[in-house]
Design a protein around this ligand. Structure first.
Ligand SMILES: [Zn+2]
Length: 217
């Protein structure tokens, strides 16, 4: 007989991160947890969000060290990170789109975020974004789907044009109150295409899985 295990126990997230770092099979849509719990890190995420100057996308790498998630804050947003940082393993990034209405930050993962995430030389599989008071977690659920880093270097706006065009078709007016939702829907097109799973919620709550890509690997 097993003990009842809560799905939202912070430890279960740390355990899954460790499994997923060691073996991509743990990231297969069939093996994804229903929730990811980053509540114990909400303060550092929210502080970064509120301290970020308008027009910047501050962030830092997520490093798994002896089963714990750590944040080398001195290594703020670089384009690329080595697979191992210090004594830990690089598993992804955290960044913010600051709460600055004048710079109209993207309400969700933008096309550059997605192109960076999908780079073939990205050793990570988890990207966290705090935007509009919501925490989003993107998981690369298929390690065999990526975009050549060479293409992203040559054209960092690789996905931008198509994203802008798809958004224009859905929402013409930048003042449209539906626009943030339409923006999110357009980005989700790449979530399906490149097999990315999405979790989201209040940073002080466990994040629920809200999008699961379909497809085999
Ligand atoms: Zn971003």
């Amino acid at each position: 007989m097993g003990f009842p295990v809560s799905l939202t126990r912070p430890n279960s997230t740390a355990e899954w991160l460790q499994r997923a770092a060691a073996d991509p099979i743990a990231r297969h849509p069939k093996h994804l947890p229903e929730t990811l719990d980053f509540r114990q890190h909400a303060a550092v995420f929210l502080n970064t969000y509120h301290a970020a100057p308008a027009g910047t996308e501050m962030g830092f790498p997520l490093v798994l060290e002896e089963g714990h998630l750590t944040f080398p804050l001195e290594l703020t947003a670089q384009a690329r990170y080595a697979p191992f940082i210090g004594n830990g393993r690089f598993i992804g990034t955290f960044h913010v789109h600051p709460p600055a209405p004048e710079s109209s930050p993207a309400p969700f993962f933008d096309p550059q975020d997605l192109a960076n995430t999908l780079r073939s030389d990205n050793a990570g599989f988890l990207d966290l974004l705090l935007a509009g008071d919501r925490l989003y977690a993107l998981v690369r659920s298929n390690p065999y789907v990526y975009i050549s880093a060479h293409h992203v270097n040559r054209n960092p706006l690789l996905l931008q044009e198509q994203h802008a065009e798809m958004l224009r078709r859905r929402s013409k007016d930048t003042a449209d109150p539906e626009r943030p939702e339409q923006y999110r829907k357009v980005s989700l097109y790449w979530f399906q295409r490149y097999h990315l799973a999405l979790y989201e919620g209040d940073p002080q709550e466990p994040l629920k899985r809200s999008f699961t890509p379909e497809g085999r690997w």
